[in-house]
Design a protein around this ligand. Structure first.
Ligand code: NDP
Length: 247
């Protein structure tokens, strides 16, 4: 079995687990050659590649901590060397550490700034220089930018900054037919959301949207597939909240 390739190459950061793994699989199905980026989970990343290949797609793993600018540059260079160029960047890698602002220590602040904000900046900078004309960039925000819930202060600050950079960069790439958008999921069934929460809290948060369920990684991958696919080409500089109508 093989999938008809669309000739385009997509880097998905943080694709070893959770939402990123679903995005990588979906883009593989859609005919992209997928670079499955991960930080530490080599085995999980290899499993994602194996699933894409078993479905008839093309993918490779690429280790790079997105907070490390040199490692990010190397990832783009090796993608170009292997496949001739990069067309799509999905900036999915991220971490979430919750605490009230009064209780947030420097490590909580610094790690989220390093991965969510500097990490997104590092990949955007490379993409701005290297993406082929006609490409697509999808950043990752969160619905909590709108909800502004207690304990999300530092996390949401990093994501609000990502939303701001999304709009700015969409203008900076004028003339190259590259769109830059962000997807802002609501609560989605991954380790990032589920770990450390009581069943009661998970149940309560799952009912905060009128569809009365949690999002799945596949729900979010559908939104990304729209923005990276032919039907999403007129959407630019926007934040798409994929949250079942939570806000
Ligand atoms: P998970 O914790 O399930 O997965 C995180 C992924 O990011 C893993 O593949 C991990 O790789 C990777 N990663 C973490 N740090 C780095 C790094 N420094 N460099 C490269 N990769 C890294 O998270 P989700 O799938 O839930 O989240 C994906 C995105 O969606 C995040 O940006 C998050 O903020 C956002 N989001 C998630 C929501 C949710 O409810 N789940 C809601 C709103 C937004 P490794 O396995 O190697 O560590």
């Amino acid at each position: 079995m093989s999938i008809e390739q669309n000739g385009k190459v997509a880097i998905v950061t943080g694709a070893s687990r959770g939402i990123g793994a679903s995005i990588a699989q979906r883009l593989g199905q859609d005919g992209f050659t997928v670079i499955v980026n991960y930080a530490g989970s080599l085995k999980s990343a290899e499993d994602v590649v194996a699933r894409i290949e078993a479905a008839g797609g093309r993918a490779i793993t690429a280790q790079a901590d997105v907070s490390d600018a040199a490692a990010v540059a190397r990832m783009f260079e090796s993608a170009e060397a292997a496949f001739g160029g990069v067309d799509v960047l999905v900036n999915n890698a991220g971490i979430m550490k919750l605490a009230s602002i009064a209780d947030s220590d420097d490590a909580l602040f610094d790690s989220q700034i390093a991965i969510n904000l500097k990490g997104t900046f590092n990949t955007l900078r490379e993409a701005g220089k290297r993406l082929r004309d006609g490409g697509r960039i999808v950043n990752f925000s969160t619905t909590v930018v709108g909800l502004r819930l207690e304990t999300y202060g530092v996390y949401v600050a990093t994501k609000a900054a990502v939303e701001a950079m999304t709009a700015v960069m969409s203008k900076e790439l004028r003339g190259r037919s590259i769109t830059v958008n962000a997807v802002a999921p609501g609560p989605t069934t991954t380790a990032l959301f589920l770990d450390g929460k009581s069943p009661e809290l998970i149940e309560r948060m799952s009912k905060m949207n009128p569809l009365e369920r949690l999002g799945t990684p596949e729900d979010i991958a559908c939104a990304v597939a729209f923005l990276t696919g032919p039907d999403g080409g007129w959407i630019n500089g926007q934040v798409l909240r994929a949250n079942g109508g939570m806000i």
